[in-house]
Ligand binder design. Structure first.
Ligand code: 13P
Length: 253
């Protein structure tokens, strides 16, 4: 069964105290207002993971994600955090291949593949991000661009490994810009992604893969985006930093 998921990527925002208040508010609103058919994920910065995780422990709908993971298991990698470390503080999901990490930290397709393997080996579900820059869309090359991103990092996984993966389509031109993809643009890309996945893996696994949309998703546009047949939820940036907005997005299914 395909899971419906709303994940909040907090990026590099909030102090520890602010993070705890935000997650308490979300946790309470989700308990009061959200029915059981959606997986809610929060992805705070590394130092807040354990504290945030403690506050969501009693709520079955709430899950904890990291924003990044090392491709290495352990050793002399100053500043890096391994999948085993994340697992040991209760992390269940990890964002891999976000465009900001590809762009500012030069993460290439092979590195992302290794990160996927490292997370899966620890039983952590990767949320694998893909999405094209504006010039690729303007040149009508967005399908090929995203297809290559999928192929270059995911296709080396086994069917069994791929079963654990969530995909997020985040067109770069829509991230933090207030310019969201239309529901039609999202649907056609999500359908394309699912078709590509069905060529790389077995059809059932592709059908069951949750594909999230990310990029200026807000309480005003989430309902229409989530109503598309291949849009299984959202990866939310800015609007996930406000408990009311984030909960309203969760309630948009
Ligand atoms: P915004 O929702 O702020 O556009 O960010 C999307 C994103 O990058 C989530 O990972």
């Amino acid at each position: 069964m395909r899971k419906r998921i709303v994940a909040g990527n907090w990026k590099m925002n909030k102090t520890y105290e602010e993070a705890l208040s935000l997650v308490s508010e979300i946790d309470n609103m989700v308990k009061d207002e959200v029915n059981g058919d959606v997986t809610v994920i929060v992805a705070p910065p590394f130092p807040f993971l354990q504290g945030v995780g403690k506050l969501t422990q009693g709520n079955d709908l709430m899950h904890l994600a990291a924003q990044n993971v090392s491709e290495h298991e352990s050793g002399a990698f100053t500043g890096e955090v391994s999948a085993g470390m994340l697992k040991s503080v209760g992390v269940q999901y990890v964002i891999i291949g976000h465009s900001e990490r590809r762009m500012y930290h030069h993460e290439d397709a092979q590195t992302l593949y290794k990160k996927l393997k490292a997370a899966i080996a620890q039983g952590i579900t990767p949320i694998f991000c893909c999405g094209e820059p504006l010039d690729e869309r303007d040149a009508d090359r967005h399908f090929d661009y995203v297809g290559k991103q999928l192929h270059d990092s995911l296709s080396y996984l086994s069917n069994e490994e791929f079963d654990k993966v969530v995909v997020a389509y985040e067109p770069i031109w829509a991230i933090g810009t207030g310019r969201t993809a239309s529901s039609q643009q999202a649907q056609e890309m999500h359908a394309y992604i699912r078709e590509q996945l069905s060529r790389m893996f077995d059809a059932e696994a592709a059908f069951n893969c949750s594909i999230l949309y990310g990029g200026s998703c807000n309480p005003g546009n989430a309902k229409e985006l989530f109503s598309q047949p291949d849009v299984d939820g959202g990866l939310i940036g800015g609007a996930s930093l406000k408990s009311r907005d984030f909960t309203d997005i969760i309630k948009s299914f």
